[in-house]
Design a binder for this molecule. Structure first.
Ligand code: MRU
Length: 349
């Protein structure tokens, strides 16, 4: 970990350890998962969340599953493993990194047609570990490129949590902030609380405080007014899925911030590894949007805040059209418009 907070996911002996993000910042509780189903449940109930962290969790779930799979021969192993891949892939729909990670791990089977079961188990574990390590490296590179777009003394607004907790470590949008702050300690952050799950209040504020980076927590509703008063210089957010033209799905409310930023002539950057890009989608209209339990809207920490039986909607993500995005900060550089071309080039690099 790059500071005093615990990492979101790691191997603890033979088990996958997951820091339970549902109870942060007040409790640092570790869930020890020895079975893939436990990791799948942790993804579904958001004990681990954030697109890259979910991708890493998916890969480690497959390593756990491969290790314990009962199979008399290679064919049975392959058949059962494909079934597990499907289950893992379907744990959450919007983030691209989960499907990307599952495909990467599954490619071990395709690339090693002659391997026996123990060999496949070793190779699958190795691939999962490589995905975890690669995510950290990518985030550090995103930070290195991204700090160049942060003005000196900038007041940076971020939304949701795109930090170490949302990745294998270091973070994407928060990684950019870390790198900028390391060069310029006058940089400061405004973190939107991010209703309804409060990733900004509970996680981004916690992480930045751990890192000693000045952070002010605001309600989501305060973002526009702060921009109007000239108190925000740049916006940096993460992403869950980026289409070929740059349209970007991220936490619900990101679109609102992007429109506000445009109205106030504030640069709006998306920070994400290339594993978040979905080249199969021409634009954002095909991005699947996860609908979560309306109780997350009607209740706060288990207590009702709305009339009983009220109808509520809880889309977990929205899509920001690429026209509102100034640049996409990746591990291979800051992609500029036209995004169709720069994204294609980045994927080929
Ligand atoms: O529902 P969540 O908490 O998984 O949503 C997370 C986000 O929207 C993040 O901004 C995104 O995954 C990028 S994390 C580096």
């Amino acid at each position: 970990m790059f500071e005093k907070c615990l990492p979101p996911i790691y191997w603890d002996g033979d088990a996958v350890a997951i820091l339970d993000q549902r109870v942060l910042p007040h409790q640092e509780k570790i869930l020890l998962c020895s079975k893939p189903q436990q990791v799948i449940t942790a993804i579904k109930n958001m004990s681990i969340r954030g697109a890259p962290a979910v991708g890493v969790a998916g890969a480690l779930a497959l390593a756990l599953g491969a290790r314990d799979l009962q199979a008399a021969d290679t064919q049975t192993f392959r058949r059962k493993f494909v079934r597990l891949c499907e289950q893992v892939k379907n744990a959450r729909p919007t983030g691209n990194n989960l499907g990307w990670a599952v495909e990467k791990v599954y490619s071990v089977l395709l690339e090693n047609p002659g391997a026996d079961v123990p060999e496949l188990q070793t190779l699958i574990r190795r691939k999962a570990d490589a995905i975890l390590a690669e995510d950290v490296r990518d985030n550090v590179a995103i930070g290195k490129w991204g700090k160049e777009v942060i003005p000196r003394g900038a007041r940076v607004l971020t939304y949701c949590n795109a930090g170490a907790l949302a990745t294998a470590d270091y973070g994407t949008a928060v990684g950019v902030i870390r790198a900028a702050y390391a060069d310029d300690p006058t940089v400061e952050v405004y973190a939107c609380e991010t209703r309804p799950f409060l990733q900004g209040a509970r996680l981004t504020a916690y992480e930045l405080q751990c890192a000693g980076i000045p952070v002010t927590l605001i309600t989501d509703n305060a973002a526009g007014s702060l921009m109007q008063q000239g108190k925000i210089d740049v916006v940096v957010v993460g992403a869950d899925r980026i289409a070929s033209n740059g349209d970007t799905a991220n936490k619900i409310g990101t679109y609102t911030v992007a429109v506000l930023a445009r109205t106030h002539n504030i640069p709006f950057y998306v920070a994400a590894p290339r594993s978040t890009i979905d080249p199969s989608l021409a634009d954002g209209s095909g991005i699947p949007i996860e609908q979560r339990d309306p109780r997350e809207v009607t209740h706060l920490f288990g207590r009702p805040v709305a009339p009983k039986d009220i109808k509520a909607l809880n889309p977990a993500f929205d899509v920001t059209p690429s026209k509102y995005i100034t640049g996409i900060i990746t591990e291979v550089g800051v992609l500029q418009k036209p995004f169709k071309q720069s994204i294609r080039k980045a994927l080929e690099a």
